[in-house]
Structures are given as C-alpha cells and as structure tokens.
Design a protein. Structure first.
Length: 145
C-alpha cells in the first residue's frame, strides 16, 4: 500500500458527517490505524460516564481503517463486530488502535483496543470486514488528492 492511500483514508474519515460531532484525529499505516478523541460530557450516559456507543465507534472505526488500509480499491464493510467494555471513563481522551490479524481473499479480521488518557485498556473488540462494491475513488474525501 502507499502513503497516498493512507492519507486519503484519513481524509475520508475526517470528512464523514458523524465525525463533525466527535472531532477525532486518525492516522493510518499498513494494517493499522490509531484514532483519538477528546471526551466531552455530551458523550455521557445518565450515570456520568462515556456511553458504550462511543467505545463501539472508536473500536469499529480503528479496526475498519486497519482493514481498509490493506484494500486499495474498494470500501470495506463491517459484517460483524464484538465489543468488550472493560473500564468506565468520563474525562480526558480515548485512543483506539486497530490491527489486522488475518486476511484472505474474501475477508479481513481485525481487532482494536481502546485506552484512556493514562494508557489503561478500557475496551476491546474484533470484527470481520468484507470488500464492498463501492469504489474508494468514488467515495467523498478519498477521491480528491
């Protein structure tokens, strides 16, 4: 894969409408991605900690982009994802690191771990990703140089 592919994936992620809310930063390399968000009380559930949906988003996004880093032509899709929430967090930052652990002709298996600001693991997940028919070259954010 090329650095240009990785930078285009980062740009595609940054311009996704949902990320207007979370304001994450992401870096992509071969078979790996890292995403960071600053926490905000808008992400909290009623008991004052970050809602599980934020953990899921971080984990799925990190694993997804690790997988798509190895696919230069089409957008990949999450077909299944298992999430484990192991520690609550309310303030600071969350950092998710995704890695591809297996790939074959039809799918990628990737895992991700999310950490709090002190570097403690607060959740993990793994998923299966498959190639779609959506060309990356026709995907907003990716297609522009």
């Amino acid at each position: 894969m090329t650095q240009q592919h990785f930078r285009r994936l980062e740009r595609m992620y940054a311009c996704a409408p949902i990320n207007d809310f979370y304001q994450p930063t992401m870096t992509v390399s071969e078979g790996r991605s890292e995403i960071v968000i600053s926490l905000d009380n808008r992400y909290h559930h009623g008991a004052g900690a970050v809602h599980g949906s934020v953990y899921f988003k971080m984990l799925d996004d990190a694993a997804f982009f690790a997988a798509n880093s190895l696919e230069p032509d089409v957008f990949v899709l999450t077909t299944s994802f298992t999430t484990y929430l192991t520690r609550p967090v309310s303030i600071g930052t969350m950092k998710a690191i995704g890695n591809v652990v297996n790939k074959n002709r039809s799918q990628f298996i990737a895992e991700a771990v999310v950490y709090d600001e002190q570097g403690r693991e607060i959740g993990r997940g793994n998923g299966i990703f498959v190639r779609s028919k959506q060309l990356l070259s026709e995907t907003p954010g990716y297609k522009s140089s």
